[in-house]
Design a protein around this ligand. Structure first.
Ligand code: ATP
Ligand code: MG
Length: 780
């Protein structure tokens, strides 16, 4: 049976059916670009008999890739296996795994994350005597990254630069690449750079991929950088069946080297290309779309589009002026509970902010209000110290040349391998060209070292050996490392709350291992790659040699390639908190955008250059267009962020929304001098109200604007709405038994003004709570 294309509109269908030759789909948000891409894959496989392995689809995040794979599988079933649906980075990893030797690496290479790279660059700067005050590491790394994205190898870069910072960066770049090679490691930018170099310098490899990928599709093409552009161009050169979809209005990664010209020039690169425009938005209600269209119309450098919807106008965009960031977080929590009371699931709600620093206060308020949330980005689980330590051990097991990993954990937990020993081994390794671990091994017999040091080194090497002995059984490798390294024992000995938290994280890490094992069956192994040295025509298609890697290497790679845009976990029903950047391509019924203030959104830096205000505006457009039904924009008349209190005017992007599609709610309805006191009980729908009518009603008024007054106002708006309580505020004293919505039963241990300390029975931990905000009640 062929795919039912009648669920698509005319131009969408045209794009799906135009399978031969270059195709550009240029269209605004929510017009079905990603949907078209998905249907096109299904159509190719199901209706035109194209083999799944002949298709390459590239998405922006691993999460999007997974989603697309699922959507295609929903339409065509298990045949979708064997298709390459991945990000540029994952695709390059696959290509490099197959052919790393040709570039002087071996297959078990590691991928350095940001903090690994930072350590290495720091080391190099010290070796080269570069003063970090004159040449900040961030600036140097930025230049190097830019060079890599522009596909300049150290020689090219050195020849090109003339400014002082550039020259220093060139020296660091040169050494960095040597050191990475010695460690058998790639950083993120290297994946693209070496992926490109492989295709460029090994025509047989290139031809094998060109032959294989008859159909190439790239989503979010407006955010590709030069390296990605070149890789795509090379791969598509033979069949020229390349489809790119994107929206110039959603180009938001120029700071990472994304080049809008890639999409604008597509028609020039492929003069025979077909261009399809999609103009109907299927995502958002009328008022949201009108707001988005009006905002983006203020940009001058764009292809004008006319995006319409047949949907109802829906609610106006709600604008709330908070007194400060606490009030903002509290108010958002209130609206969320209200929607929840009306039956909307937490999963369908999201809060966006311009910078990660804003998330802390929102999280705080959500915790207090008992709103479950998941946070995308920020300090990630995998970046925590204890998790990085475990990862470094695992890395040493897989890639013994990775000196950065070895040095990181040789004395973690402390086992008596001091700095002097590390430096001694480092020095020897530099002289002999051996790796750090090889030197450590040789030192075991070195009588000039103290016996205790040798024992300690032996212990360390023994841990790695133990890990290696279970190779093939991922969970046992990880368990062996955790047990034998003594990481947990050392934390237990420390005994602090923080140490216990770290132990929990390490245990949670085993959960991550299980999650990986569950989702990565053999068919998903990351090591299927076509290579030039085709041995046989396997079931994956001609020229495909299937390499089964060991699961630990797969696991490490999987962790490394999780970007800050990939959610930490998808399970459970929770509100999503993320930066606007991370929200690209997603949609939610109900969206909150916090911090709509000048200097925050648009950012202070962007305001100085008009070109970057245009990028901020595109960012605002992305944020607004994520909303299906309800959109809330909030700003604070005063905000403390980065330790400073600021008073900023309301964002220009709010002014750019036509007044007829927005309405002020809460304090906003009363203007800046209003109070933000809401009608009691309107918050959750529990007290019976919970309707839109509850919103915007002002409960009380005050002209005072001192901090104390503000704090008291906030209290009224929030605590009164908590479940099962009247508006009356309780007084607490030490010894009171209390119950908290999230943390359960506990006892008050201390009262300090507005703050109470409660020891919760479940965890035994003491938490600090603001007595009038926390969803907490006295129990008898
Ligand atoms: N023809 C259609 N009929 C019904 N629903 C559609 C149609 N086309 C798209 N949609 C729906 O509209 C929403 C937006 O589609 P999609 O995510 O593909 O848009 P997009 O152009 O990729 O958006 P973005 O620019 O934000 O990435 C999705 O929920 C999708 O299922
Ligand atoms: Mg999309």
């Amino acid at each position: 049976m062929s795919i039912d294309l009648s669920v698509l509109n005319g131009p969408q269908r045209q794009a799906v059916e135009c399978t031969e030759g270059p195709l550009l789909v240029l269209a605004g948000a929510g017009s079905g670009k990603t949907r078209v891409l998905t249907f096109r894959i299904a159509h190719l496989v199901n209706d035109l008999g194209v083999a799944p392995w002949e298709i390459l689809a590239i998405t922006f995040t691993n999460k999007a890739a997974k989603e697309m794979q699922t959507r295609v599988a929903d339409i065509i079933g298990p045949r979708s296996r064997g298709m390459w649906v991945s990000t540029f980075h994952s695709m390059c990893v696959r290509m490099l795994r197959a052919d790393a030797e040709r570039l002087g690496f071996s297959r078990n290479f590691t991928i350095y994350d940001d903090s690994d790279s930072n350590r290495l660059v720091k080391e190099i700067m010290a070796e080269l005597d570069i003063d970090p005050r004159r040449f900040p590491i961030k600036a140097l790394r930025g230049r190097i990254s830019q060079a890599k994205n522009e596909l300049m190898v150290p020689g090219d870069f050195t020849a090109r630069v003339s400014d002082p910072v550039g020259k220093v960066a060139a020296r660091v770049y040169e050494r960095l690449q040597d050191r990475l090679r010695k460690a058998n490691a790639f950083d993120f930018d290297d994946l693209l750079l070496y992926g490109y170099l492989l295709l460029k310098h090994y025509p047989d490899a290139l031809e094998a991929y060109q032959e294989r990928f008859r159909y190439i599709m790239v989503d979010e093409y407006q955010d590709t950088n030069h390296a990605q552009y070149e890789i795509t161009r090379l791969l598509a050169a033979r069949h020229r069946n390349i489809m790119v979809v994107g929206d110039d209005d959603q180009s938001i990664y120029s700071w990472r080297g994304a080049d809008l010209r890639n999409i604008l020039d597509f028609e020039e690169d492929y003069p025979s290309c077909t261009t399809v425009k999609l103009e109907q938005n299927y995502r958002s209600v009328g008022n949201v779309l009108k707001a988005a269209n009006a905002v983006i119309a203020n940009n001058t450098e764009r292809k004008v589009k006319n995006l319409f919807t047949e949907a109802q106008d829906g609610d106006p965009v709600k604008v709330y002026c908070a007194s400060d960031e606490r009030d903002e977080g509290r108010w958002i929590a209130g609206r969320i509970e209200q929607r929840r009371g009306e039956g909307m699931s937490y999963n369908q709600m999201a809060v966006f902010y311009r910078t990660n620093a804003q998330s802390r206060m929102i999280e705080d308020m959500f915790l207090r209000a008992g709103v479950p949330y998941r946070i995308v980005g920020g300090t990630r689980f995998f970046e925590r110290q204890e998790i990085s330590d475990v990862m470094a051990y695992l890395t040493c097991v897989v890639n013994p040349s990775d000196d950065i990993a070895a040095k990181r954990v040789v004395n973690v937990p402390r086992r008596g391998v001091g700095k002097t020993t590390v430096e001694l081994l480092e020095g020897r390794a530099r002289e002999t060209g051996a790796t750090f671990l090889q030197e450590a091994e040789m030192a075991l017999a070195d009588q000039s070292l103290r016996a205790a040091t040798r024992t300690a080194l032996g212990e360390f090497l023994g841990v790695l050996e133990a890990g290696r002995s279970f190779s093939g059984d991922l969970r046992r490798v990880v368990e062996a490392i955790i047990d034998q390294s003594g990481l947990i024992a050392a934390l237990e000995a420390e005994g602090t709350d923080e140490a216990h938290g770290r132990i929990d994280n390490i245990r949670e890490f085993l959960g991550v291992v299980d999650e990986f094992a569950d989702t990565h069956t053999d068919e998903d192994a990351l090591f299927e790659a076509p290579t030039a040295v085709s041995e046989a025509d396997g079931e994956d298609g001609p020229g495909v040699r299937t390499l089964r890697g060991d699961s630990l290497a797969d696991f490490i790679e999987w962790v490394r390639l999780r970007t800050d845009l990939d959610a930490a976990g998808d399970d459970g029903n929770a509100v999503t908190l993320m930066t606007v950047h991370a929200s690209k391509g997603l949609e939610f019924d109900c969206v909150f955008v916090a911090g709509m203030e000048e200097s925050l959104f648009p950012s202070a830096r962007s305001i100085q250059e008009s070109a970057s205000v245009e990028e901020e505006r595109r960012l605002a457009y992305v944020a607004i267009t994520r909303a299906r039904k309800y959109l809330y924009l909030t700003y604070a008349s005063q905000r403390t962020i980065y330790g400073q209190t600021q008073v900023n005017p309301v964002s220009r992007f709010i002014h750019e929304i036509p007044p007829e599609v927005r309405s002020a709610v809460g304090v906003g309805s009363a203007g800046f001098s209003g109070t933000g006191w809401e009608k009691r009980g309107s918050r959750r729908g529990i007290a019976g109200s919970g309707t839109e009518a509850g919103e915007g009603r002002v409960f009380g008024r005050s002209s005072a604007s001192g901090a104390g007054e503000r704090a008291r106002r906030g209290k009224t708006g929030f605590s009164s709405a908590s479940e099962g309580r009247s508006g009356a505020r309780a007084t607490f004293s030490s010894g009171d038994k209390v119950s908290h919505k999230t943390f359960g039963a506990g006892v008050v241990t201390k009262v300090d003004g507005d703050t109470i300390f409660v020891r919760f029975s479940k965890t035994g931990q003491v938490k600090k709570l603001l007595k009038d905000y926390a969803p907490i009640v006295k129990v008898d």
